[in-house]
Design a protein around this ligand. Sequence first.
Ligand SMILES: NC(=O)c1ccc[n+]([C@@H]2O[C@H](COP(=O)([O-])OP(=O)(O)OC[C@H]3O[C@@H](n4cnc5c(N)ncnc54)[C@H](O)[C@@H]3O)[C@@H](O)[C@H]2O)c1
Length: 409
Amino acid sequence: MPRKNEKLGVLTVGMGAVTTTLMGGVHAVRNGWGKPIGALTQMKPFSELPLGLAELDDLVFAGWDIFPDNAYEAAQKAAVLDETLLKKMKPSLVSHKPMNGVYDPAYLPSLKGTHIKREKSKWALLQAVRNDIRTFLRKNKLSRAVLVLSHSVESYRPQNRALSTFDGFMRALKKNHPGIPPSMIYSAAAFLECVPVINATPNNWGGMDLLSDMSAMSNIPFVGCDLKTGQTFLKSVIAPALRKRCLGVSGWFSTNILGNRDGFVLDDPQAFRSKERSKKAVLNDIFNPKEMPDLYGQFHHKVEINYYPPRGDNKEGWDNIDLFGWLGYPMQIKVNFLCRDSILAAPLVLDLVLLMDWAHRNGRSGPQDWLGFYFKSPVGSSTGKSSHDLSDQYARLEKLLTSSAGKLL
Ligand SMILES: NC(=O)c1ccc[n+]([C@@H]2O[C@H](COP(=O)([O-])OP(=O)(O)OC[C@H]3O[C@@H](n4cnc5c(N)ncnc54)[C@H](O)[C@@H]3O)[C@@H](O)[C@H]2O)c1
């Protein structure tokens, strides 16, 4: 257990809408300007468990970005928190200036990074990120941190076998392998510095073999991928209900309008491909045509995200579900969710930071499949260790935390 005065470092890759809403939100809650709604760790029943989670006052933030805006400027551009609240927290946010990011235009063609590391090889970039982590810990007198991948969606590339082991990955870094995106460099640096990793994005941070290899060497926990915030959150509630009721589904059409920088990046078809894969994972798993061919044999799933600047971070999602019942008679469900993307995402990141730090301090390492509740594409789902049903995921989270708290009493 950390001592009361021990702080926890929170290193974010990307200081955009999600990150600045988290940083600003934590500051607001500390000062009593708002409540931490949506964060399970801050609300009953979990807030009452004697787990010894880090306190909000203990969090020390730092991060990387490929643009030089400080957290106040970035939050203003993200336009999630209102100006009056932002002004109150300006003195705290302006002091957060990002470290230079690892930028590879091949993975992010829609943004031209200016605040970037100039190292010549991917190997040198890994060393530079490791050095950033060490310097941050030393300067802030910290003994521990967690790293959150919360940067823009990278272009999709299929998994490469040459990168499936730690040794192969190290060799590939030295040869500047084109299959290594910035996400992999940041996560490898964290593993090598014994810092737990949370992947809040759909980005490829290494295949499960490589991640397991790296985490086994350093005894570090990792978890991902892609936060389950709006439309996919509702899918993981509605789809299991239809499945349990033995109703057939012939199609599910999902579309969104979104006007923030995430939406701009996702307008690029290769970036959208990364997102589409994780957005589709929930329904593809629940409506399994092999298990229930009469109900899901013809299932058609279509997902769209449209960049529409007037909406900013206030995403609107529409779902049309074509279902059928007794004797095949058709029905429809329509869902229209007017949400706020980063307002839903920030509390999830806060929970993950506190729970992953707790897991690390309690000797947990490898993929943390009990945290599947938080993700569109949870680690462990491909091996059947993690369900996509939100109520199953919640039950698993609750069981682990309550039983651990019982042992700690
Ligand atoms: N907002 C949500 O509800 C939500 C939900 C699920 C997942 N996500 C994912 O979280 C991520 C962040 O979302 P956001 O809304 O904050 O996006 P954003 O565009 O506001 O912020 C991303 C930031 O990352 C920076 N960045 C890009 N590449 C980088 C790199 N290589 N190194 C360092 N910084 C880099 C960008 O400059 C930007 O400031 C995205 O991948 C998004 O898909 C968001």
